[in-house]
Design a protein around this ligand. Structure first.
Ligand SMILES: [Zn+2]
Length: 77
């Protein structure tokens, strides 16, 4: 009976460890993908109406439109 109890404890413990490891891994990868999409800067071209985004950090000087090369400034919400 004692051996069976130890088996039960180890079995439940390893399942818990496995589930928390999976949760930790997926939570981190989820956060990383969210952060990368959050850092995108969105631009709307006032000349041709094209909508585009860049992942640059500094866009204070504006960014050129890939369609007509007009320099637009970042949309702010
Ligand atoms: Zn344009």
């Amino acid at each position: 009976m004692q051996a069976f109890n130890w088996f039960l404890i180890l079995y439940t413990g390893s399942a818990l460890v496995g589930v928390s490891a999976l949760w930790f891994f997926f939570d981190r990868s989820d956060k990383r993908s969210f952060e990368s999409s959050r850092r995108q800067k969105i631009f709307h071209c006032v000349r041709c109406g094209h909508l585009y985004s860049v992942k640059k950090r500094d866009v204070s000087n504006g960014e050129q439109c890939p369609e007509c090369e007009y320099k637009n400034f970042e949309l702010s919400f």
